[in-house]
Design a protein around this ligand. Structure first.
Ligand code: IPM
Ligand code: MG
Length: 403
């Protein structure tokens, strides 16, 4: 028998360090106050991060629309847009950091961030293996709730996903250990406090919006300790909202139920650990027209970041097609940003314009190549829809026709 004692000791030490960090994180969560109140700020700083690949092109279009909607506030100094440079794969690799320190410092000076997709190297890529900028940003700014709505009125689909964003299989995704050449171990972390804050946010959302059902998705029958804790906490929080129905499903059958046309329309609010949320939200977005159409909000108590849910599509850039990339997802994220910082009415109009242009009227379509519109033409189309006097009536008419 080979003597593995040294390797095991090394792994134990690594594990010990991880536990210390995680216990400190739990203490930090316990000490957190309430959500920031944007109304009380003299100035709201919106950081804009272009990202990689098609990111800068589509983010530019989203910023253009937001600036159009906030023109008075920019003028009066209530809102400032601030470009944050340097979150590119080249710079991240050069500095061997998921988020270079100076970039993180700039991000911390903003209140909310609009972020284009950033390239995430996989372990098998030739790049040095830097961590995903998304995952790092969610952790560094403690953006614990990943909120992703998916709506397909013609199919009766009206879902919103509350994906836990700072724990689960992700938080230590870059801190797994090769104990020996043959044995690799990753870690998954779930905490009481981390579960409670995301479940509560989902219930509060349901409560505020008159939604009478919340559904948790785990694999607690197999992953008993961590998913088990998430579920236990979910049931405890649910008991505080007796007027809201709560049920729980396993991730495997839930991926199946999402394609069950007879059943899927009954679900409204989902709450789930990180990796399951990652998978289920891509599946869900597909019904709405693909990940290119879905927006994503990453919400914490102090910061919030809004992003496209798709990748950076480096191939489109290589083939000279970046200007044909669909900006809908990041514009959707922009609408969520507006809603979050207090301009609900304008956010609603932007959502309606996106629905009309993307799902119903489709006067311009994006094909990703020169056979379709450019992102900039499409953004103009959205803006011209946005300013229609009868926008709401038009949107309502489409909704009614859908059923
Ligand atoms: C998402 C993305 C990210 C994730 C990647 C890019 C790390 O897929 O936002 O869903 O897995 O969270
Ligand atoms: Mg994903």
């Amino acid at each position: 028998m080979v003597d593995y004692r040294a390797q095991i000791e090394r792994a134990k030490q690594h594990f010990g360090e991880i536990l210390e960090q995680q216990l400190m994180r739990v203490e930090d969560i316990k000490e957190q106050g309430d959500f920031i109140d944007y109304r009380s700020l003299e100035k709201i700083i919106i950081g804009v991060v272009g990202g990689d690949g098609i990111g800068p092109a589509i983010t530019h279009e989203a910023q253009r629309i937001l600036e159009f909607l906030l023109v008075d506030e920019i003028e009066s100094g209530k809102v400032e847009f601030r470009k944050v440079e340097g979150l590119t794969i080249e710079n991240r690799i050069a500095q061997r950091k998921a988020i270079p320190d100076d970039v993180l410092a700039e991000l911390r000076k903003c209140h909310v961030i609009l972020k284009g997709p950033t390239t995430t190297p996989s372990k098998l890529d030739p790049h040095p293996n830097v961590e995903s900028a998304n995952v790092a940003m969610r952790r560094e700014l403690d953006l614990f709730a990943n909120v992703r709505p998916v709506r397909v009125p013609s199919e009766g689909i009206d879902w919103i996903f509350f994906r836990e964003n700072t724990e689960g299989a992700y938080i230590l995704g870059s801190l797994g250990i090769d104990v020996t050449d043959d044995l690799a171990v990753d870690f998954k972390v779930i905490t009481t406090q981390g579960s409670e804050r995301i479940v509560r946010l989902a219930f509060e959302y349901a409560d505020r919006n008159g939604i009478d059902r919340v559904t948790a998705v785990t694999k607690a029958n197999v992953i008993k300790t961590t998913d088990g804790k998430f579920l236990e906490v979910a049931y405890r929080v649910a008991s505080e909202y007796p007027h809201i129905r709560f049920d729980d499903w396993y991730i495997d059958i839930m991926t199946a139920k999402l394609i069950d046309k007879a059943r899927r329309t009954e679900f409204r609010v989902f709450v789930l650990p990180n990796l399951y949320g990652d998978i289920l939200t891509d599946e869900a977005a597909e019904f709405q027209g693909g990940v290119g159409t879905a927006g994503s909000a990453n919400i914490g108590k102090r910061y919030a970041m809004f992003e496209a849910i798709h990748g950076s599509a480096p191939r489109m850039v290589k083939e000279g097609r970046a200007q044909y990339a669909d900006p809908s997802s990041i514009i959707r994220a922009g609408a969520m940003l507006l809603d979050h910082i207090g301009w609900q009415e304008r956010a609603k109009r932007l959502h309606m314009a996106l629905d009309i242009c993307g799902q119903y009227e489709k006067r311009l379509v994006m094909t990703g190549r020169s056979t379709g519109a450019t992102g900039s033409e499409y953004a103009d189309y959205i803006m011209s829809t946005l300013i229609l006097d009868d926008l709401e009536q038009k949107w309502q008419a489409y909704q009614n026709r859908a059923f």
